[in-house]
Design a binder for this molecule. Structure first.
Ligand code: ZN
Length: 208
């Protein structure tokens, strides 16, 4: 049985964020956060494995803020650092309870099975029913460096698995069955960027 919206990650979100709306109410000079352009399929950075964050300094805090803003604007329910071209093991998420961040996260237990219509901000516009474990235990640290253990099922469990995959250089395409994978590659090849689109993308990504 496949459930309906909201669709997961890098995962799209179909509800609006009140935090984003209130931030936008300020004049532009009041906004200190910046947004990144989200890297899409074919960008080699999405295949790279991230390194743990050793030092939670100002630059990490800034990165987290900017990633939350980028996720809200997309909009998505999760965003991994690799999706904005940063090889640090951290991701942000918000399934409607407010934004959170997990640093150096790893899934240490999983069980059950759940099929869900999954999408990815790095593979825009495409969704597939994907089977993954339903329940997971995610271990990592928070922004204060404290150890955290988070148990999650269904949508949140799916977001955690999807984002941890990103941090290991794995895209949801690799979670498809052989037939789905074949069809997906056909579509993605036909969508390959034209030179004009590539120029536009490079110009936009200058913001990050
Ligand atoms: Zn994704």
């Amino acid at each position: 049985m496949i459930t309906g919206l909201p669709i997961v990650s890098g995962l799209f979100k179909d509800f609006s964020s009140s935090a984003t709306i209130s931030k936008r109410a300020f004049p532009p000079m009041m906004i200190h956060v910046a947004t990144y352009s989200i890297r899409t399929f074919g960008d080699p950075v999405l295949r790279q494995v991230t390194s743990d964050v050793d030092n939670i300094d100002e630059s990490v805090l800034r990165l987290v803020e900017d990633m939350i803003e980028t996720m809200n604007e997309a909009p998505g329910v999760g965003l991994a650092a690799t999706q904005v071209g940063v090889q640090k093991r951290l991701f942000v998420y918000d399934i409607g309870d407010g934004p959170s961040v997990v640093l150096n996260g790893r899934i240490t237990e999983s069980s059950g099975e759940w099929i869900y219509e999954e999408g990815c901000l790095s593979v825009p516009g495409l969704y597939w029913p994907i089977t993954r474990p339903n329940h997971v235990l995610l271990e990592g640290i928070d922004l204060n460096g404290n150890e955290i253990k988070l148990e999650a099922s269904e949508l949140l469990g799916r977001v955690f698995q999807h984002e941890i995959d990103h941090l290991d250089g794995v895209l949801l395409i690799e979670r498809l069955d052989p037939d789905q994978h074949k069809q997906a590659m056909k579509i993605l090849r036909s969508q390959a960027l034209t030179p004009d689109q590539e120029t536009a993308r490079r110009r936009l990504s200058g913001r990050g």
